[in-house]
Write a protein that binds this ligand. Structure first.
Ligand code: AGP
Length: 617
């Protein structure tokens, strides 16, 4: 969603805000802006489009000052243009706000304020908030008029919805007031009295690794002297300083053309990091520190409900197959957005597993809260350390895949499946449904994955040639069976979200119940067909496609000499345990989507209309 950054200190603020916004650009790139307070006046610079456009504007119209706030937008209310870009100013222009989230009662408040003479210049929900802050500060009673933080606190009592906000004002200068409810926000504790605020650590890591994650309902006031965190009606609260364990190079492209390609190529290493210190080969088990003390609960568990969105939902489907097949525990995977509002039944003994790369996806967060509220034990599978979901679950497992900047998730997906496989081994061994020798088989296969993925990545040029052949296709169909049905879904999503080609993933057998009507010589069909338990079934599905003149790209096992005689192209992957084939099958499909998108001139790292972490419902 949107990205927020702020700074107070001795340095010139504008370049720092721009640098911070660039690191947050993957959160939204419809427009960007900053406001700097100078000589009792708020100087706003904002522009539609990427941060580079804003940078050009500031070069043409420089702005100086030692504190200010900035924003990069993912449009929810009002089209992407300069008028709707943040920061938004109040009626008299002496209050400015940047906001990440949605104000659900903006319409009502806007009417109320218009009746009091306020004039709005944008279509956004956010502008209502800054007018309201000015209103309570100038016409309010009692404490609301005391200070900027009191005015913000009072205004927020009238707001319904979610927010991460930063506010500055000439009426109470020299401070930034921030507040969060539903959208992530942190304080970056710098040296020499410098303090940053940001939506995530990527924006401050160049200056400090010491960050304070604000909780929902927290507010903070940042001045040159430092910061105080407080909660309305409770007063000051202490929040721990966390040390961010990754460094700047991890949020840089490191010589690759795109973050997506860097993150695809990093997978041998990220898979090693995900498994580091967690595999117990001899015992045929795993050691997951984040699940310590949960054994009895896991042993008694009656059912697992997996919650996620997009790519995280796809890894969740593989998790469902793993848990039922190998740990023999009933499991469902739910679209988080549907689960939250469909009055799902959560019986006692339910383990809810929210899966989220960012740990901030609103649908998954609220679905997890719903399951928790109904009595489920919550186990998070998350990549972003310190994000909201892991701070609210009962236990969990971090991916340790490092920051994922490319909007299209790649390394997080393969690490999510590895973590689901490890949780399955843990549950199976704990509940006696998985023998030591079968456990050992899976653990050994897991250990081989990094090298096998490195093997596959060597086919990059070959896959690029294939992409050249299919870059002008209008549609694609992806088919898989068993563990590879969700891999087909994921392959199709990767192509859709970065190349804008319409693509559908389907269970291979389901095709003859409709989609087969789409098959002709113009429909490329990707079939995931490793030599696993359902290989023969997939073979017949391939024959059905060929019979209708379809053009097939098949992902096959290295030692398969049969299929290349039947299909148009083969991509070979090493043999592994059936349950882990989706990991190996997904990597070449990530590359195929990547190269097709690059050849079509699409912005691979920042695909249109998308954002890396969707923090609104
Ligand atoms: C995947 O490439 C997309 N970026 C998107 O579908 C993503 O998986 C989804 O928004 C969930 O994000 P999360 O894992 O951070 O919760």
């Amino acid at each position: 969603m949107c990205g927020i950054v702020g700074y107070i200190g001795e340095q010139q603020v504008a370049p720092l805000l721009i640098q911070g916004l660039k690191r947050l650009e993957y959160r939204g790139y419809d427009s960007a802006g900053i406001v700097v307070s100078k000589n009792g006046h708020l100087e706003v610079r904002k522009e539609a489009g990427k941060i580079a456009e804003l940078e050009k504007l500031i070069q043409a119209e420089p702005v100086e000052g030692w504190y200010g706030i900035g924003h990069t937008r993912w449009a929810t209310h009002g089209p992407p243009n300069t008028r709707n870009a943040h920061p938004h100013l109040s009626e008299k222009g002496d209050f400015a706000v940047v906001h990440n989230g949605i104000i659900e009662n903006a319409g009502t408040l806007r009417k109320l304020l218009q009746e009091r003479g306020h004039v709005f210049t944008s279509d956004t929900d956010t502008e209502v908030l800054v007018h309201l802050i000015e209103e309570v500060y100038t016409t309010g009673e009692g404490r609301a008029t005391e200070s900027l933080e009191r005015a913000v606190e009072t205004a927020l009592t009238q707001i319904e919805g979610t927010y991460g906000i930063a506010v500055v004002s000439t009426r109470d200068p020299g401070k930034i007031v921030v507040a969060r409810l539903g959208s992530p926000l942190l304080i970056g504790v710098g040296e020499n009295g410098e303090t940053f605020v940001a939506s995530d650590a990527a924006a401050v890591i160049a200056h400090t690794r010491d960050v304070i994650y604000l909780n929902d309902g927290d507010m903070a006031t940042i001045t040159k002297g430092g910061y105080t965190v407080h909660r309305p009606k409770h007063g000051p609260v202490d929040r721990p300083i966390n040390r961010v364990d990754w460094d700047l190079s991890e949020v840089e492209r490191g010589g690759y053309d795109h973050f997506m390609l860097k993150e695809i190529m990093e997978q041998p290493e990220t898979l090693r990091e995900t498994m580091r210190g967690r595999l117990l080969e001899e015992e045929g088990g795993v050691k997951l520190g984040g699940l310590q003390g949960m054994d009895e609960e896991l042993r008694q568990a009656q059912r697992v409900v997996i919650l996620g969105c997009g790519t995280s939902w796809h890894s969740g489907v593989i998790g469902e197959y793993l848990l039922e097949d190998l740990a023999r525990i009933p499991c469902e995977v739910e679209y988080a957005s549907e689960f939250r509002y469909r009055r799902a039944v959560v019986e006692p003994g339910t383990i809810a597993i929210p899966i989220s790369q960012s740990g901030e996806t609103a649908d998954t967060l609220w679905a997890m809260r719903e399951a928790k509220q109904q009595g489920a034990t919550t186990l998070g599978i998350v990549n972003a350390v310190g994000s909201t979901i892991p701070r609210e679950t009962d236990a969990g497992v971090y991916l340790h895949a490092g920051p994922e900047i490319g909007v299209a998730s790649t390394k997080a997906f393969t690490s999510q499946v590895v973590v689901l496989a490890m949780i399955t081994v843990h549950l199976g061994r704990l509940r006696g449904t998985l023998t030591q020798s079968r456990g050992r088989e899976i653990v050994r296969a897991l250990k081989q994955l990094p090298e096998q993925v490195a093997e596959i990545l060597k086919m990059d040029d070959e896959i690029k040639k294939l992409a050249e052949q299919y870059k002008d296709s209008k549609n694609f169909l992806y088919l898989g069976r068993g563990y590879n049905f969700p891999a087909a879904l994921e392959g199709a999503l990767k192509l859709k979200e970065i190349s804008y080609i319409h693509a559908e993933g389907y269970p291979a057998a389901e095709m003859k119940h409709g989609p087969i009507a789409l098959i002709d010589e113009n429909m490329p069909v990707v079939v995931i067909a490793p030599k696993d338990a359902v290989y023969d079934k997939v073979r017949s599905n391939i024959d059905e496609v060929k019979a209708r003149g379809g053009c097939i790209i098949a992902v096959v096992s290295q030692d398969d000499d049969e299929l290349e005689k039947v299909v148009d192209h083969v991509i070979r992957i090493p043999r592994t345990h059936d349950a882990l084939t989706p990991i190996l099958a997904s990597v070449p499909l990530q590359l195929l989507a990547y190269h097709i998108a690059v050849l079509r001139g699409a912005n691979v790292d920042q695909p249109r209309n998308l954002a890396k972490s969707v923090t609104v419902e």
